[in-house]
Design a protein around this ligand. Structure first.
Ligand code: G6P
Length: 362
């Protein structure tokens, strides 16, 4: 096992650093100028689809929520569901509904049950997975592989980035088939997608997250806030942090702070504010709101976001790419924060207590 970790202390750190390579595999041959090439999905594959539902658990649920945001912004009726909830209380589907199971392993029982329920009621199903031959890939009508390579660490890292990249490609095909038009900003977005491996590399070689993680040990709670697609990354940042540090962490939509979470904010609750450059100065107002209550703020945002840099106590920059993809880069900074905090606390990073890589019971 140690040999497979190479020079890394943990699989999680290795997999964080593998993200540029994983993304290159994910994207390989799938972008052709201003169009996408998805092996089993030529143009027209999704004609007749009028509604998309995404079902998933854990980190994959957050990737699904990111996908929902992309699709909704592109004019598609899309909703994400926690798979266990969907299995119990399924949303309406018909033959024009595409239900996408987002599942790294393709074996998560709750996700398989949700897909089965959708299939039984006449929906078309698609597995978006890392594992060829998995139950999800075999039982859905279609499969689209994220090609991230094996992930050993229980806390998912590289598969989240590859899931979002694959959902961005799929969104392009879906939008063209359903609306007859490419996505509004398709050339710039696909260019940014092609640049994502290089941009992630710039983040994984940045060492600032380690110092910030070590400064913040011993806090009472850790809050992660964002808007739009950064909201799904706020949830993911908090999940990663709690999974491997065993410390309290929660993600919120930044606009919800004033509706409850502000009551928890003190000088011992750092707030990680994720900026994408898409929501004017609203995040800056949220930063001011929590700093006024004494909370130390770490802004994670494009390096050009000088307003957030000035407003926050600490600034973790990411390359200033297309705003639809900035949050993927911010997520990598948050993976590093969680990793270095857990490492400093000497936690069992690759196998956190009570958790399993793949949960095959309902
Ligand atoms: C478990 C893992 C998580 C993972 C979730 C969904 O809870 O610990 O890291 O996100 O299952 O797994 P899946 O294979 O369906 O993506």
């Amino acid at each position: 096992e140690d040999a497979k970790k190479g020079s890394y202390d943990h699989f999680m750190l290795k997999e964080i650093h593998e993200q540029p390579m994983a993304l290159r595999q994910t994207l390989h041959g799938r972008i052709d100028g201003d169009d996408v090439v998805l092996e089993d999905f030529p143009p027209g594959s999704f004609e007749g689809i009028s509604r998309v539902q995404l079902v998933a658990c854990g980190t994959s649920y957050h990737a699904g929520a990111y996908g929902e945001w992309l699709l909704s912004n592109d004019g598609i009726d899309a909703n994400t569901f926690i798979a266990s909830e969907y299995a119990a209380y399924p949303a309406p589907v018909d033959e024009e509904t595409l239900v996408i199971g987002v599942t790294q392993s393709g074996e998560t029982a709750d996700t398989l049950e949700a897909l089965q329920s959708a299939r039984d009621r006449g929906a078309r199903t698609l597995a978006l997975t890392n594992v060829i031959g998995s139950t999800a890939a075999r039982t859905c009508d279609d499969a689209l592989f994220i090609r991230a390579g094996p992930e050993i660490g229980v806390a998912a890292t590289k598969t989240f980035s590859s899931q979002v990249a694959t959902l961005t490609l799929l969104a392009e095909r879906l939008v063209r088939d359903v609306t007859g038009e490419p996505t509004a900003d398709h050339e710039a977005r696909l260019d940014a997608l092609a640049d994502l491996p290089e941009h992630v590399e710039a983040v994984t070689t940045d060492t600032r997250a380690e110092a910030i993680a070590q400064q913040r040990l011993g806090d009472d709670g850790h809050f992660f806030v964002g808007r739009g697609n950064a909201f799904s990354v706020a949830l993911e940042g908090a999940l990663k942090f709690k999974e491997i540090t065993y410390e309290h962490a929660e993600g919120f939509a930044a606009g919800e702070l004033k509706h409850g979470p502000l009551a928890l904010v003190t000088s011992d609750t750092p707030v990680f504010a994720i900026g994408t450059g898409q929501h004017g100065n609203r995040l800056e107002s949220n930063i001011n709101e929590v700093r006024a209550r004494g909370a130390p703020v770490v802004a994670v945002a494009p390096r050009t976001a000088t307003d957030l840099m000035d407003a926050a106590d600490e600034f973790l920059p990411v390359p200033a790419t297309h705003p639809d993809l900035v949050a993927v880069l911010a997520n990598v900074q948050l993976q590093l924060i969680a990793y270095h905090a857990a490492d400093a606390m000497d936690r069992s990073i690759d196998k956190p207590r009570n958790l399993a890589k793949s949960v095959t019971v309902e």
